[in-house]
Design a protein around this ligand. Sequence first.
Ligand code: HEC
Length: 133
Amino acid sequence: MKHLTPKLLLLAFAGLLMLASCEYDYYVIPPEPVEPPDTTNDTTAVVDTISFAQEIIPIFNAKCTVCHSGSTAPDLRESKAYNALKNGNFVVANEPDNSALYISLKTGSMKSYISASELKLIRRWILAGAKND
Ligand code: HEC
């Protein structure tokens, strides 16, 4: 038994060294970079500007006023469109999914008259507050 002691001591010492070096390694590993928060579905983080006159009216002119120019509501002619959409409750500012305009174009009877990219513009315009700008 007695002659084992130095070996045991050596083993214990080696073990301590390994533990110490492991601990040392652990502390020198640089921290993981912090990922920026995912704001994909966070509508409060949307900072968007989109012009009704510059980007939405041209869609109505190209795709809608052939039918929506007075007798079929909403009247989407340039001088009438904003008031017709707001006063007729076709648009709820910031809430495309509660806006008849968006719903009718996405899944309703108007969906064949608009392209996916035009529909995205209308969604962004509503999300950004549906302003007359
Ligand atoms: C071929 C004619 C025609 C075209 C083109 C057309 N619409 Fe319509 N739209 C109608 C008619 C008719 C109605 C009323 C009956 C109905 O809802 O289907 C209507 C209804 C609507 C409504 C009311 C839906 C509701 O739920 O009350 C909206 C909003 C609308 N259209 C938007 C548009 C927009 C925006 C475009 C262009 C991208 C467009 N429409 C293109 C004929 C048309």
